[in-house]
Design a binder for this molecule. Structure first.
Ligand code: SF4
Ligand code: SF4
Ligand code: SF4
Length: 254
C-alpha cells in the first residue's frame, strides 16, 4: 500500500451498531484516523469519495437483490473485504426470518407487500469471497483494532476461536449452566468477547457464532435435559448463526 490505506464502510441490512463501534474507538480513534484515509463512510461523514479502496468493511446481512448488487460492487472496489459483525458474517439476527415462509414474515411487518422483494438473510460470503471476519453483535473493538493493524502490516489475522467458556473460566465466573441450570450457549460459541454476558450474570446467547470444534448437538441435548422443548432449543441455535453448519446441527438435534 502506498500512502494511507483507503477505507470504505458499507451498510446492508443491519442496525448500524457495528459501524457505531468504529466511532466508539475513542481512545485510539485519532491514531486510526491518522493512519487511514476513511474515504467512504456514509454514517460518519458527508463527503464520500468513490473507490477503489484498500479495505472495505461491510456491515449487515444480505436480504434483497439491491444489496447483492451493492455487495458485488464493493467486492470489485476493495482489495480486502471484511465482514463487519455477525449479520455480515453469517446472517445474524436478520436470519431468524429464514426458517419461516418469507411472505408470511413480510406480512407481519409490511402492509404493502407488492413493494417488498426480500430474500432470505445470509452473510456476505454467500455471494462474494471474504478476506476476514469480525464476529459479534456488535463487534469487539479490540478485534477491530487488531484487524486494522494487521491490514496495515499487510497480514491476515490468524484467529482460532475456542469456546466462550474458556474466557469465563479465566474470569472465575460461577458457571450459569452447571450451577444455575440456565441454558448458556458459551460451550459452543466463539470466544473473543471476554465472556461478556456470563460475567454480568446472563447466559451467552451465541452472538459470535460457532467456536471451532463446537459440539452443538451435545449442548442441545443438555438443554433438553434442562427441560427446554425441541422448538426452544432450535430457537437458541438459530438466533444469530442458524445458517452455519455447526449451529444447524444443534438446531436439528432434538
Ligand atoms: S451484528 Fe448486531 S450490532 Fe452489528 S449490525 Fe448486526 S444486529 Fe447490529
Ligand atoms: S456460564 Fe456459560 S460460558 Fe460460562 S462457563 Fe458456564 S457454560 Fe461456559
Ligand atoms: S457472551 Fe455470548 S452473547 Fe454475550 S457477547 Fe459474548 S458471544 Fe455474544
Amino acid at each position: 500500500m502506498s500512502g494511507k490505506p483507503k477505507i470504505a464502510v458499507y451498510k446492508l441490512s443491519s442496525c448500524a451498531g457495528c459501524q457505531l463501534e468504529f466511532l466508539n474507538l475513542e481512545p485510539v480513534l485519532l491514531d486510526v484516523v491518522g493512519a487511514l484515509d476513511i474515504s467512504y463512510f456514509v454514517m460518519a461523514k458527508r463527503d464520500n469519495a468513490p473507490g477503489p479502496y484498500d479495505i472495505g468493511f461491510v456491515e449487515g446481512a444480505v436480504t434483497c437483490g439491491e444489496e447483492i448488487a451493492k455487495l458485488k460492487a464493493a467486492r470489485r472496489d476493495c482489495k480486502t473485504l471484511v465482514a463487519l459483525g455477525s449479520c455480515a458474517c453469517f446472517g445474524g439476527l436478520p436470519s431468524i426470518k429464514n426458517w419461516e415462509p418469507q411472505r408470511e414474515v413480510e406480512a407481519r411487518v409490511y402492509s404493502e407487500l407488492w413493494a417488498i422483494h426480500s430474500t432470505k438473510a445470509y452473510g456476505i460470503d454467500q455471494y462474494v469471497p471474504v478476506d476476514a471476519y469480525l464476529r459479534g453483535c456488535p463487534i469487539d473493538k479490540g478485534e477491530l483494532v487488531e484487524l486494522i493493524k494487521n491490514c496495515l502490516l499487510g497480514a491476515a489475522p490468524a484467529w482460532r476461536f475456542p469456546a466462550v467458556c474458556t474466557e469465563c473460566k479465566i474470569k472465575e465466573n460461577v458457571c450459569l449452566l452447571i450451577y444455575e441450570n440456565k441454558p448458556c450457549m458459551g460451550p459452543v460459541t466463539a470466544a473473543g468477547c471476554g465472556a461478556l454476558c456470563p460475567t454480568y450474570g446472563k447466559p451467552c446467547e451465541g452472538c459470535r457464532g460457532p467456536a471451532h470444534d463446537a459440539n452443538a448437538p451435545s449442548l442441545a441435548r443438555i438443554f433438553g435435559d434442562l427441560g427446554l422443548n425441541a422448538a426452544d432449543v432450535t430457537r437458541y441455535f438459530r438466533k444469530y448463526a442458524g445458517t452455519t453448519p455447526a449451529f444447524q446441527e444443534g438446531a436439528e438435534a432434538l
